[in-house]
Design a protein around this ligand. Structure first.
Ligand code: AHR
Length: 516
């Protein structure tokens, strides 16, 4: 049951930073705390690049096959083989950027297997994700077409582990060379006379692990060699992304950078940061939820530490830091995997809270990041959509992204939060055109937070808010109940120098505040 904070408890708590009103009165299931934070409207951090709200899809489980791609002759409503509901929902959300084909799969993917007439494409084995036979019916053209349909920018992850520099340079030419070369003409014969203009190129994935078990020195050598043969074609300048560390592995970064004596082709450096948990997604206890949600404080520290280390070689920040895989990775149930595919997990209110914590971190660290891609879009790990046969549901995480969407392209401003607890109220704020976008996430499973936000450098003149919340952290949207967790209008007081809102346990609130 949810807690309600009376005006009296609100006022009584004012002026204290962590005042606990033990509201275990009738009808109250959680304590209430008032938290005071300050938003400095005039202290800009940087622009929140829309690519911080990016995504990732791999040939894994039912993400591509059965999720995004159902095939042209499928009884499932589709647009040229792409699940229509997925196209509609993802386009509506605006995916910004989509990374493909892996993940681990990328370092054993040979792009030529996925072009040309479908019936002639070879059958290969997906050695990373269950040794199933991959018919390659979803290849480069299908991926680009999907990106065009949902209006996302494509990000191709190249094969360093089992591939060659020649193979990757040819893929770039095939995609981007306008016309006249054998590869460009082959692309045209395969249905795309126009170049794909792919800008983002990953040079390997997790090369410290599934991408070849390399040392940082070995990988740096591979990166330099592969990157040397990737060139701008037509009007497309490739943005080359190197494999960075798992979590905050500073040793990987230091040794990689020490071996990058030529860095002209290094544009991006991608860390992976998963938030694991010791429970299946619908069986979380408060303790397990706390442990997982606290990892987002560690992710924020990792961003700061990794950027500071990169700055030693790159003080002008020409190399952009990415997190190109992140999200919750709960204990995976074998039954669920058998039914829905590898790495399938349910997406609950707690999962959405985790997604929103991540996005708030990225907004606050907007000066240090150029792209972040949650893993993965459909039916795998921290999904936006879940599908089964012809059914498709938007998860709570989809709605967490929707609530955060107004931040895209705005200037992130400084939030002063005196509470340094890893489960402190999480706040991000951005401004443009006399509007402040304020997102607050309550990561506490048992405490309602009365948030008092003081504005420095401006005055509020009213506003509206929407909130995502469910009293049960293990609740989720399902095919027959798609609206269990959807954003609903919420109360926000925004007058003068103060904004107030109340967030029950595991709630995400975005307020659009008019600035006087
Ligand atoms: O997202 C699932 C897997 O996690 C990816 O294939 C790999 O890069 C990471 O370890």
């Amino acid at each position: 049951m949810q807690n309600r904070v009376t005006r009296r408890s609100f006022v009584a708590a004012a002026g204290t930073s962590a005042f606990a009103v033990l509201a275990q009165r009738k009808g109250f299931s959680a304590a209430t705390e008032e938290k005071s934070i300050e938003v400095r409207l005039n202290r800009e951090i940087g622009t929140i690049q829309p690519t911080l709200h990016g995504h990732f899809s791999e040939h894994l489980g039912s993400c591509i096959y059965g999720g995004i791609w159902v095939g042209r002759n499928s009884p499932v409503p589709n647009i040229s083989g792409f699940r229509k509901a997925a196209v509609d929902y993802l386009k509506e959300l605006g995916l910004v950027v989509l990374r493909w084909p892996g993940g681990c799969f990328a370092d054993d993917y040979h792009w030529r297997d996925g072009i040309g007439p479908v019936e002639k494409r070879p059958k290969t084995v997906n050695i990373h994700w269950g040794n199933y036979t991959e018919d390659n019916s979803f290849g480069t053209h299908e991926f680009i077409q999907f990106c065009r349909l949902i209006e996302a920018e494509p990000y191709l992850a190249g094969n360093v582990g089992s591939g060659t520099p020649e193979e990757l340079r040819d893929w770039v030419e095939y995609c981007n060379y306008p016309s006249g070369s054998t590869l460009a003409d082959e692309r045209a014969r395969n249905g795309s006379p126009e170049p794909f203009r792919v800008r983002y190129w990953g040079v390997g994935n997790e090369n410290w692990g599934c991408g070849g078990n390399m040392t940082p020195e070995e990988y740096a050598g591979h990166f330099r060699r592969f990157a040397s043969f990737i060139r701008p074609f037509g009007d497309t300048r490739p943005f080359l992304i190197a494999c960075g560390p798992s979590r905050n592995d500073l040793e990987w970064t230091r040794r990689f950078m020490e071996n990058m004596h030529r860095r002209t082709m290094l544009h991006g450096y991608a860390m992976h940061f998963y938030s694991n948990a010791k429970a299946e997604s619908t069986k979380f206890t408060p303790e397990i939820a706390r442990a997982q949600l606290a990892t987002f404080a560690a992710m924020e520290k990792a961003i700061q530490d990794q950027r500071a280390l990169l700055d030693k070689w790159d003080p002008e920040r020409r190399i952009g830091l990415l997190i190109d895989e992140w999200g919750v990775w709960d204990r995976i149930s074998r039954d669920d995997e058998q039914r829905y595919g590898r790495l399938w997990q349910q997406i609950t209110m707690r999962s959405a809270t985790a997604a929103a914590l991540g996005l708030n971190v990225f907004h606050r660290q907007a000066d240090k990041l150029v792209m972040c891609n949650i893993a993965q879009t459909v039916n795998v790990l921290h999904s936006l959509l879940l599908t089964e046969h012809d059914r498709c549901v938007r998860t709570s995480t989809y709605y967490a992204f929707e609530l955060m969407k107004p931040h895209r392209g705005r200037k992130s401003v400084v939030v002063e939060n005196p509470d340094t607890d890893p489960l402190a109220l999480s706040v991000s704020a951005s401004v443009r055109d006399k509007t402040l976008v304020l997102s607050m996430v309550n990561p506490r499973v048992d405490t309602t937070i009365s948030a008092k936000v003081s504005l420095a450098g401006g005055q509020a003149d009213g506003g509206e808010a929407r909130m995502l919340h469910h009293a049960d952290m293990n609740a989720y949207n399902w095919f027959d109940k798609p609206n269990v967790i959807v954003p609903r209008p919420a109360k926000v007081e925004a007058r003068g120098a103060t904004v107030r809102a109340e967030l029950p346990p595991l709630a995400i609130l975005t307020a659009m505040i008019r600035l006087a």
